[in-house]
Design a binder for this molecule. Structure first.
Ligand SMILES: C[S@@+](CC[C@H](N)C(=O)[O-])C[C@H]1O[C@@H](n2cnc3c(N)ncnc32)[C@H](O)[C@@H]1O
Length: 184
């Protein structure tokens, strides 16, 4: 695919959500509760978020957690918003505008103590999932933390009819004159 959005819907920008699961401190806490060793978080730690949306979570975590943050999202409007927030907070964070493929090929990234992605895995192509795995393979420290949220049927089934309806609307759009057009 040649378009920068690789088929991903970019007609509007994403919501301004905050997700504590992406916090390296929260990841560490969950692992320790399960008796699993997790890296200490210090000023020398490096953390990464993939597909940061408006950058709300990444900015809050960068401002509130010791260490340096790296994050990428290929939507230029998201990058502009995330960079505006980091300029205001002065947090130690770098927001890239790379696709996952571009980010996976960078040779200027450190080894990360944590990599997190929320609301990505089930929304991107199989090819992009491979790029995400490449990023983890190349850049996650041995013993580092990887958090990946994904949608599954039991949790999403109540929303499935609405999703289907919106998908049908996108396929059979009705213009103002009431004419139905099939864009499929
Ligand atoms: C469903 S949103 C989730 C945003 C954010 N993680 C959150 O939970 O608020 C998915 C995000 O992934 C980004 N994205 C999708 N495909 C991408 C790709 N191939 N490379 C980089 N970013 C991508 C989109 O721009 C969007 O911001």
């Amino acid at each position: 695919m040649n378009a920068w959005n690789e088929g991903y819907f970019t007609d509007s920008t994403y919501t301004y959500g905050y997700y504590r699961e992406l916090s390296p401190n929260f990841m560490r806490w969950c692992l320790l509760l399960k008796g699993i060793a997790a890296p200490e978080i210090s000023e020398t730690s490096c953390h990464c978020e993939l597909g940061y949306g408006q950058g709300v979570s990444a900015n809050i975590h960068a401002a509130a957690t010791p260490g340096k943050y790296f994050a990428t999202d290929f939507n230029p409007a998201h990058a502009a918003q995330a960079n505006e927030l980091v300029e205001a907070s002065g947090a130690n964070a770098k927001f890239f505008e790379d696709s996952f493929e571009e980010f996976s090929k960078r040779d200027d990234l450190p080894q990360f103590d944590s990599i997190g992605l929320h609301g990505i895995w089930t929304w991107v192509s199989a090819e992009n999932r491979k790029h995400i795995l490449d990023i983890a393979r190349r850049h996650l420290k041995s013993g580092g933390m990887f958090y990946n949220s994904y949608n599954c049927l039991p949790g999403w089934s109540p929303n499935a009819p609405l999703r289907e309806l919106l998908s049908l609307f996108d396929r059979y759009k009705v213009d103002r004159g009431g004419v139905i057009s099939n864009s499929a």
